[in-house]
Design a protein around this ligand. Structure first.
Ligand code: NAD
Length: 301
């Protein structure tokens, strides 16, 4: 089996001062990547900030013989995103890999959600990924190579009580990655999404008895693969938790069609709901064109 290495590669890992991000930064550096360890150093709800977190991970990487620089910028502003990418280019000459991992939580039931809680979460997770990825994408496009890993969550992809802001931001990242995968294809850029579950400070109180089997290091192998040259998959979503890795996908069922010239009523929809919802024979479209292609073949009979 060919060994996966990152020799000559430059990686940005956001939110790498602790939790999952730290494990990615350490592993990529161990495999030869030059790493920008970005972290604001704030609390779980995004307040505060101190440089120690990112610096500590840089120190760990250097102590193990690797190369890394810290970045203390927030991903949540366009200037912060630009500055993180500039740190990579100024320090190491380019960017090959971006792991969008920085995150915060402001959980509240929908009726109680404040606009501050909405903005804070969208700014870090969704807009933050835009702000870091766009300047990096431009560099990658010029170099004809790039790997993006976006961090979504089962909370958005499948749903979870009390996380409308977080779930919406995380599902938004799926759309962002899908389109980067399409736009980056010709330039050798791959983009994928992970939905991790791991025992970190973010989830400490939620995971119960299984926490000891959900070390962040068990998510790292999938992220390392997706960030590597060996990764030939793009436009996909993966669940990663406890050492189990599984594809997650959005499928399109064959559905129900009333026939040419038939104008369906709401009652037709009700009567045919079982067929509309039937999953047998689904496809997994990878573009709007795939969906329209399936529609055209139905309309053409
Ligand atoms: N742990 C899980 O089970 C789980 C599940 C689903 C998704 N996730 C996602 O995985 C990612 C990592 O989470 P974690 O569990 O390691 O939590 P964590 O709190 O340990 O790590 C998040 C890191 O992001 C940093 N950060 C926050 N705002 C930032 C900003 N504006 N700019 C730069 N850095 C910032 C924090 O300082 C922190 O070090 C997050 O995006 C989270 O939403 C985690």
């Amino acid at each position: 089996m060919a060994e996966i290495t990152f020799d000559g590669r430059v990686a940005i890992v956001t939110g790498a001062g602790g939790g999952l991000g730290r494990t990615y930064a350490l592993e990529l550096a161990r495999r030869g990547a030059k790493v920008v360890v970005n972290d604001l150093g704030g609390s779980v709800d995004g307040t505060g900030g101190e440089h120690a977190a990112a610096q500590k991970v840089v120190d760990e990487i250097k102590a193990a013989g690797g190369e890394a620089v810290p970045s203390y910028d927030s991903v949540s502003t366009p200037e912060g995103g630009e500055s993180i990418v500039k740190t990579a280019v100024d320090s190491f000459g380019k960017v090959d890999v971006v792991i969008n991992n920085a995150g915060i939580l402001r959980d509240k039931s929908f009726a109680k959600l404040t606009w501050e809680d909405l903005d804070a979460v969208l700014d870090v997770h969704l807009k933050g990924a835009f702000y870091v990825s766009q300047p990096a994408f431009k560099v990658m496009k010029e170099n004809g190579y790039g790997r993006f890993v976006f961090t979504a969550s089962n909370a958005g992809v499948f749903g979870n009580f009390g996380q409308t802001n977080y779930g919406a931001a995380k599902m938004g990242l799926v759309g962002l990655s899908n389109i980067i995968a399409i736009e980056g294809e010709k330039a050798g850029i791959k983009s994928n999404v992970i939905c991790p579950v791991a025992a970190t400070r973010m989830t400490m109180e939620l995971l119960g008895d299984f926490a000891s089997q959900l070390e962040p290091e068990l998510v790292t192998p999938l992220v390392t693969f997706l960030a590597s040259e060996a990764c030939d998959v793009t436009h996909e979503i993966f669940s990663a938790a406890g050492g189990r890795y599984a594809r997650v996908f959005v499928g399109l069922a064959p559905g129900w069609y009333g026939g040419k010239g038939h104008v369906p009523t709401a009652e037709d929809v009700l009567d045919n709901l079982a067929q509309i919802e039937k999953q047998d024979g689904y496809i997994v479209p990878t573009s709007v064109g795939d969906e329209l292609g399936a529609l055209v073949s139905v309309l053409a009979g």
